[in-house]
Design a protein around this ligand. Structure first.
Ligand SMILES: *Cc1c(COP(=O)(O)O)cnc(C)c1O
Length: 235
């Protein structure tokens, strides 16, 4: 597709089209596209906003703070998808609309306590560690239900569902197998009476498998922006 527009606009339109085509192919409702804008400029975010994109995902608070200042005139839904340290939860509770990376009770409790009362409850997902690698963040599958029950009881949080960052597989069936575990976990939570509606899964390299398994939020960075820049704040 080359309609003479700039590369970012073209990639955005292509991805939106792909999401619709793949959803049709697998008979699933089209997931929401979360544009992962970490290490991208505020100008790029503004450009996508003008094309209709409303959900943006960030991983580092320092960088997010700067973007909130620069983009305060836009009606953006901000999602925090990065690692959470307990001493840095306050600004996230105060400024984000969603947090996808909750993986322990202590962090959840702080976010709930710190969520300002004039705002609606913070939407949260529990990050699941599917591969059992102890180095990675996320709650293990067997601990999802107990944590979900604790979080669901927190008054200033709205437990929406589950998120995962699986190991990188190139094989479609292996990718799909990871996401199937998430679909099963979601069913377990619903059977236990929890009202959840979200599976935050699928990135640039595995979005087709994620759509096949019922993803409701795709988190897409590279495929949309091409490379992340090295010069916009570090970590
Ligand atoms: C960076 C990041 C993404 C986007 O990954 P791409 O492969 O660039 O699409 C998605 N989810 C999380 C949690 C990330 O940190």
């Amino acid at each position: 597709m080359n309609d003479g527009s700039d590369p970012l606009t073209q990639r955005y339109k292509e991805i939106c089209q792909q999401i619709n085509q793949l959803s049709d192919k697998f008979g699933q409702p089209p997931p929401c596209l979360l544009a992962v804008s970490k290490k991208q400029t505020s100008e790029a975010i503004r450009q996508l906003y003008q094309l209709g994109q409303r959900h943006f995902g960030e991983s580092y608070w320092q960088e997010t703070e700067q973007k909130l200042n620069e983009l305060g005139d836009l009606d953006i839904q901000w999602h925090f998808i990065g690692p959470l340290q307990s001493n840095k939860t306050r600004p996230i509770a105060e400024h984000m609309h969603w947090v996808h990376s909750v993986d322990r009770e202590k962090i959840a409790r702080r976010l709930s306590q710190q969520r300002p009362h004039q705002l609606p409850p913070l939407n949260v997902c529990l990050q699941v560690n599917l591969d059992g690698e102890t180095s990675k963040s996320g709650v293990s599958p067997s601990q999802v239900l107990p944590l979900a029950k604790q979080v669901a009881a927190m008054s200033r949080l709205n437990l929406r569902g589950l998120m995962c960052i699986p190991k990188r597989h190139t094989d479609f069936q292996q990718q799909r197998h990871c996401f199937m575990q998430m679909t099963d976990l979601k069913s377990q939570l619903i059977s236990a009476g929890l009202h959840i509606d979200t599976l935050s899964m699928g990135m640039s390299n595995d979005m087709e498998a994620a759509i096949a398994e019922g993803s409701t939020i795709l988190r897409i960075g590279t495929a949309l922006f091409s490379e992340r820049q090295k010069n916009v704040t570090n970590p």
